[in-house]
Design a protein around this ligand. Sequence first.
Ligand SMILES: NC(=O)c1ccc[n+]([C@@H]2O[C@H](COP(=O)([O-])OP(=O)(O)OC[C@H]3O[C@@H](n4cnc5c(N)ncnc54)[C@H](O)[C@@H]3O)[C@@H](O)[C@H]2O)c1
Length: 268
Amino acid sequence: MESPFSLKDKVAVVTGGLGLLGKQHCDALSEFGAHVVVCDLNEDQCRAFAKTLSTESIGIGIDVTDPETIKTLVKRVLSEYGRIDILINNAAVNDAFESPALSLQTSRLEHYPLSMWQKIMEVNVTGVFLCSQIIGTQMMKQGKGSIINIASTYGMVGPDQSIYRSPEGQQTFFKSPAYAASKGAILALTRFLATTWGATGVRVNALTPGGVENHQEGFFIQNYSLKTPLGRMARVDDFKGAIIFLASDASDYMTGANLVIDGGWTAW
Ligand SMILES: NC(=O)c1ccc[n+]([C@@H]2O[C@H](COP(=O)([O-])OP(=O)(O)OC[C@H]3O[C@@H](n4cnc5c(N)ncnc54)[C@H](O)[C@@H]3O)[C@@H](O)[C@H]2O)c1
């Protein structure tokens, strides 16, 4: 009997597939048997990474804010595999703690630049809307599909800005308003898509990851871990099981939900 977690011969599109977590999502889908379409801004790099996966997979360059590139992606995937079963809306701009792009002053709410707000909304919200609209419409024609929107704990709870403060009391960064608002919008969009498309067989769920340890400064890792009931930041591969669950028939009766994998951060 085939496992309900099997993704054998399924076709999965992953946006932001070259990023820290995107690569993990691609690995997980491939390990469970899916053909993966690795999507990111640079097509050559997508192709090169697709070759490293354990199933026959392809790489396609797209910009999630440009509908023409997404329509072309659908045409290319259909000519290669004839269907699209899974979409992971993972691409995002994250002006995270480690980002040098925002200085202490510009990350502060009172000075936060409109251009940064608009850029983050365009990629993180409009990008998810466009990919869901165009690829979800194809899934509707097939009568089945699973869309997974990658949110964040900051879409559920406000940031504690003190975790970005060094032991000497120096505030090094403020978590931005745009990132949190964009991720809250993703949770609302997930519910909208799920209830609108429920009868079509297209399921839409969100996955909310907690912060991933990724060479941040030691004091930040410690501050974050202290606020997490499990006592640590996430490891990059902590979300693989949740991705398989949401993508596969194992979650067949689940739509409009938010699967929170955050070490308990939002439980306090
Ligand atoms: N890393 C974390 O701690 C963390 C925590 C919670 C949620 N998340 C979420 O997980 C997802 C992945 O995060 P990550 O840390 O791997 O980010 P990342 O920055 O490593 O990867 C994001 C990828 O998206 C791509 N991308 C950006 N704009 C794009 C566009 N317009 N079109 C196509 N691709 C584009 C980038 O090239 C990059 O490869 C994001 O949605 C993020 O908000 C991450």
